[in-house]
Design a protein around this ligand. Sequence first.
Ligand SMILES: [Zn+2]
Length: 307
Amino acid sequence: MAKQKTIFSCQQCGHQSPKWMGKCPECQQWNTLVEELPVAASSHSRALAAPGKALKFSEITSCEEDRLRCGIGEFDRTLGGGVVPGSLILVGGDPGIGKSTLLLQAVDQLAKQGTVLYVTAEESARQVKLRGQRLGVTADKLYLLAETSLEQINARIKELKPDFLVIDSIQTIFTNSLDSAPGSVSQVRECTGQLMIQAKGDGLPTFLVGHVTKDGAIAGPRVLEHMVDTVLYFEGDPGHPYRILRAVKNRFGSTNEIGVFEGFSPADNLPSSTLSVIFGLGVLERFIFNVRANFTSASILSLRNGT
Ligand SMILES: [Zn+2]
């Protein structure tokens, strides 16, 4: 039997080559090329089965008023005023910075407006439930699914018909149509592609959690950033209570917006990276007003360390 032809994909930038190389000619990184099976063309064509219809410009209604607010002011503002139906939103950040905590609080509010399916591909449903209890999550229409197979997730979506979807995280889910390991560039790209087609087709707003690597890219593939509508980064120093949610790409709003959050752990025995509660209550404004109240004059400098 003839050996199936494989390709080598760079796990950093997505560059593809027919043969292995030590250094990627595209991004100049070493040892990033991994052998993978090429994606079958049929997996893309079947998803495009329902063709769209050309609309007159004047017939298209503005989606501005259709935004769904989750009620966390800082989060809604960073999104550009709320969640746009059918949008694909990537929430990136270092592992343990509080992405899941932030999203769990947001979907708690969104679940008051519709059904939410929260796919937890890293933690068990019980772990998420425990965190939710600490946060005071009470939503009745919030469903948790501990699953890593995209095919299984899609089957549950068809049953449940949720109004919002969360995938936590995109690096841990996989599709059976590819042999490569979860987290590899081809798996992340294929899973994101399928979720995007679903989000657009069904008008299902989808949040993807993505871990950031040491050099600051959403783990491995930067290709992911080009595929989604909105890219938010959740950042902060684990030793300090403040977190910043920053929009680096937004098809539905400005990228000049940030949301400032304050997190604290009520139990002293928890490590500082374990955020228990994150509030988005205009922390920045409160901070500035406190300064004004105590001093006759003040200069405010926003400073961020970096290289
Ligand atoms: Zn590369």
